[in-house]
Design a protein around this ligand. Structure first.
Ligand SMILES: [Zn+2]
Length: 299
């Protein structure tokens, strides 16, 4: 299954992505991490990115898409992948769709983790870091114990401070930028019928449940969803017209079995087998064809 996860900073998207990795056995693809690795390894892509960044520019969409193309070709991504943090713009979303269409592996679902703005501000602005042990707490949802037994030796209290990135005004600005950038991407995926929205307020377990339901509902993607009822109807029609014929064949066989039982068993068995062989495989193939799309969708 190929999934794109979207959500504001503080939406808990990263935690859910990690759970999906474990549950589905597919990798999480973070373009930021891959880009860092390419630069560290000094690959062609890494050098290109270095040159772009040295010029004070953002890595362009074409380079980002090359990174994705390279990554989804890896063996561990053949059963699917989770994209996190990409695409960020509509142009990237369109480029990604074109690339995956070329590869014959389109996106199955796009899931948006939705959290109210007030809750997001509370979650992020509640973050505190200990200057002694570097542990991260949340004064609302995960406050440190007092006295602290898990800080550095000799300190009975964590020394908490708030990172500039987590201060309320900065958070509000980050969220504003996120909203402005991602709105076109969300409407792009909404228009293509891939977007599923999950409420990301509540416990992580509750959110995982909602995420699973959203993925199940999206099946193997919108196009398959639309095709499915039609395919089912066709299969039903075929089955309906097949039944009388099958019944007739069964009747014929029972007649044959009766007459065969009168003759010696040894001669009857190979005769039966010869007649059955060409018919059964043909039936199985027909059944498989109607089942195939449903099986795929469960991945
Ligand atoms: Zn500490």
């Amino acid at each position: 299954m190929r999934i794109v996860l979207m959500g504001a900073p503080g939406s808990g998207k990263g935690t859910q992505a990690q759970r999906l990795v474990t549950e589905l056995g597919i990798p999480q693809i973070s373009t930021g991490d891959i880009l860092r690795q390419h630069r560290k390894d000094g690959t062609e892509l890494g050098k290109r990115a270095d040159a772009i960044m040295a010029a004070g520019k953002l890595v362009d969409d074409a380079t980002m898409l090359d990174i994705i193309r390279d990554r989804v070709a890896q063996p561990d991504a053949q059963r699917g992948f989770i994209l996190d943090g990409f695409p960020r713009t509509q142009a990237q979303a369109e480029g990604l769709a074109t690339l995956l269409l070329e590869l014959g592996t389109p996106i199955d679902a796009v899931v948006l983790f939705e959290v109210g703005a007030a809750e997001l501000v509370r979650r992020i602005s509640g973050r505190r870091t200990c200057s002694l042990c570097n542990k991260v707490f949340n004064i609302y949802s995960a406050p440190p114990s007092s006295p602290a037994s898990d800080c550095v030796a000799g300190s009975s209290e964590h020394q908490l401070f708030q990172r500039k990135d987590d201060q309320e005004d900065t958070v509000k600005e980050r969220l504003r930028v996120y909203e402005a950038n991602t709105r076109p991407v969300l409407s792009y995926y909404s228009d293509s019928g891939l977007l599923r929205t999950v409420s990301a307020e509540g416990s992580p377990d509750e959110i995982t449940k909602r995420l699973r339901a959203a993925l199940a509902a999206s099946g193997a993607g919108a196009s398959t969803n639309k095709a499915r009822p039609a395919r089912r109807a066709a299969a039903r029609k075929r089955a309906a017209t097949r039944k009388p014929a099958a019944a007739r064949a069964r009747a014929r066989k029972s007649v044959r079995r009766k007459s065969a039982s009168k003759t010696a068993r040894k001669t009857a068995k190979p005769a039966k087998a010869k007649r059955r062989v060409p018919r059964k495989p043909a039936k199985r193939v027909a059944k498989r064809k109607s089942r195939a799309p449903r099986r795929k969708s469960k991945r």
